[in-house]
Design a protein around this ligand. Structure first.
Ligand code: CP
Ligand code: NVA
Length: 309
C-alpha cells in the first residue's frame, strides 16, 4: 500500500487540513494534562535538512521524543543525495530502516521525488514553494485565540514566498480571507493562486493581492510577515531590500489595523528589516505561541502519517 505524505498544503484534501489543525490543538491539551505519550514507541524519523533550521529541526526531534520514538539526523553533505547515490536508492534504503522521512530541501521536486520512491511517509519541512508545518501551527494558534479559523482575515506583508503560499492554502481550505501586500514582481505564482481561488469558492474564503500594506491591514485579525530574503536568495539581498522598502511591519502599520489585530512571524526574524523591534516587543506579537505550536502540529502530522491517528 502507498503511504500518505505531507508534501504541501495546497493539494491536500480540505478535511485532512482541518483535521490536522484540530488534532494539533487536542494533542497540545493532552500533552499539558498528561505529559509525553508512547504512541510512536520504537518508531524512527529520519531528518534530512539541506537548509539551516532551528525550530523545525528541534520540534521534529522533540515531537518524536515526546511520543516515545526517536529521530536520526542525516547530514546532507555526507549523503550527497543525487551525487553519491540516486534519490531512488536513498529513498528505498531509508524506507527499510525508518518509519518516516522529514525533508527540508530547496526544490519542491526533490521532496516529491523522495515521496515517489519511499514506502514510508515523507513530510515537507520547507521547500522553496511551501512550508506546510508552519501554516498548520499558525492555524492551531488561530483556533486557540479565535475559536475558529473561518472568517479570519490574515494580512501578509512582504514576499509572496513559501510561507505565504502555505498560509494562502490554509486560508483557502479553512474559509479565511487572505490579503498579500507585496511590491511588484513578488506576487504568488498564478497557477498556485488559481488553486487557492478554487478552494476559496468552496470554503467561502477569499484571496486578494494589493500593493499598499496600509490597505491590506485595514480589517486584519492577524498581520503576518516573513524575511524578505529567503534561504537560497542571498545573492539577491541588496536588490530585494530596496524593493521591499515600505513593506515593514512597524508601529504606524499596526496603528492602521483594528485594535485587536495580532502580529506574527514564522521566524527567524530580521529585526528592523521586515519588522521593527518595537512591534516585536508589543503584547500583540504572538510569534512564540505559533512557534510553540510547531511541536504539536508536527506531532499531529507524524501521528497521522505513521500511526493513522
Ligand atoms: N520557522 C521555521 O521553520 O524556522 P526554522 O527555519 O528555524 O526551522
Ligand atoms: N521564507 C523563509 C522561511 C524560513 C522559515 C525561508 O525560506 O528562508
Amino acid at each position: 500500500m502507498k503511504p500518505c505524505h505531507l508534501l504541501n498544503l495546497i493539494d491536500e484534501p480540505t478535511e485532512r487540513v482541518e483535521a490536522l489543525v484540530r488534532a494539533a490543538a487536542d494533542i497540545k491539551a493532552e500533552f499539558r494534562a498528561h505529559g509525553p505519550s508512547n504512541e510512536l514507541k520504537g518508531r524512527t524519523a529520519a531528518l534530512f535538512f539541506e537548509k539551516p533550521s532551528l525550530r523545525t529541526r528541534v520540534t521534529f526531534e522533540v515531537a518524536m521524543t515526546q511520543t516515545g520514538g526517536s529521530s536520526v539526523i542525516l547530514d546532507p553533505s555526507s549523503i550527497s543525495l543525487g551525487k553519491r547515490e540516486s534519490v531512488h536508492d536513498a529513498a528505498k534504503s531509508l524506507s527499510r530502516w525508518v518509519d518516516c522521512i522529514v525533508a527540508r530541501t530547496f526544490s519542491q521536486s526533490l521532496v516529491e521525488e523522495l515521496a515517489h520512491y519511499a514506502s514510508v511517509p515523507v513530510i515537507n519541512a520547507l521547500t522553496d514553494e511551501e512550508h506546510p508545518c508552519q501554516a498548520l501551527a499558525f492555524g492551531e494558534m488561530l483556533l486557540e485565540k479565535r475559536g475558529s479559523l473561518r472568517g479570519a482575515t490574515v494580512a501578509f506583508i512582504g514576499d509572496g514566498n513559501n510561507v505565504a503560499n502555505s498560509l494562502a492554502a490554509l486560508a483557502g481550505h479553512c474559509g479565511m480571507h487572505f490579503v498579500l501586500a507585496c511590491p511588484e514582481g513578488f506576487e504568488q505564482p498564478a497557477a498556485f493562486l488559481s488553486k487557492v481561488n478554487a478552494l476559496c469558492k468552496i470554503s467561502g474564503g477569499s484571496y486578494r493581492q494589493v500593493r499598499d500594506p496600509f490597505e491590506a491591514v485595514k480589517n486584519a485579525d492577524v498581520i503576518y510577515t516573513d524575511v524578505w530574503i529567503s534561504m537560497g536568495e542571498e545573492a539577491q539581498a541588496a536588490e530585494k531590500k530596496k524593493k521591499f522598502n515600505g513593506y515593514q511591519v512597524n508601529s504606524a502599520l499596526l496603528a492602521a489595523a483594528p485594535g485587536s489585530c495580532l502580529v506574527t512571524h514564522c521566524l527567524p526574524a530580521h529585526v528592523d528589516e521586515e519588522i521593527t523591534a518595537e512591534v516585536m516587543a508589543s503584547p500583540r506579537y504572538v510569534c512564540f505561541d505559533e512557534a510553540e505550536n510547531r511541536l504539536h502540529a508536527q506531532k499531529a502530522v507524524l501521528l497521522s502519517l505513521i500511526n493513522g491517528r
